[in-house]
Write a protein that binds this ligand. Sequence first.
Ligand code: COA
Length: 181
Amino acid sequence: MSPLHDSGGDPVGAMIRPMRASDLDQVMQLLARWGIAPLSPSADMPNPERTDVIVGNTVVAEDAGRIVGVRSFIQHSSTEAEGASLAVDPIFHKHGIGKALMMAGYRMMLERGIRKVRAETDRPEVVEWLCRNFGHRVVGTTQKRHVFGNKDVGHWTVLELELDERLFIESSGAAEANERK
Ligand SMILES: CC(C)(COP(=O)(O)OP(=O)(O)OC[C@H]1O[C@@H](n2cnc3c(N)ncnc32)[C@H](O)[C@@H]1OP(=O)(O)O)[C@@H](O)C(=O)NCCC(=O)NCCS
């Protein structure tokens, strides 16, 4: 996959690529910064919100050998998946890394035949970002099973997306429009 460039033309340097098993420690550290690192089931917590990061379902952003972004998914059926473990290092926010990770993940899903994507988030700005950039729509809320993610919010906002090729066509059109600005 290719390096990213921000909309001003300066290279951000991060490379979007499939995750490797050797990335796991750095991925877990990045997720922990946002309180969304997976947890092993235990007697106290038999059903954690997230139990693992599936390497084959995950893309990462790498900058100078360091993992600075991650986005994964859980496949629920032959056509349905749920986005998971999305995070970008705050130093790298607002350079398009989150969007590039999202698009790489959608591409991976589409190639597997996934057509419906669910997402859960506890940050209003991320809800808005998912709706505006990728066409997700809010379908409801669900209670968290335990403290996870944003500790000030006790529920997830649930979103859905009908996934098809149009997402990639519309997205490249938006990128071209931005370049013309
Ligand atoms: C959600 C998240 C992954 C987004 O990551 P990001 O790399 O900042 O995402 P992007 O840069 O693609 O997009 C963010 C904004 O920056 C803008 N942006 C992109 N490139 C830019 C550039 N070169 N200059 C200025 N702004 C830019 C985008 O247009 C976007 O703005 P918009 O919201 O108006 O569309 C990140 O905020 C994050 O890690 N959040 C915490 C974890 C989290 O909430 N995870 C969700 C599951 S609980």
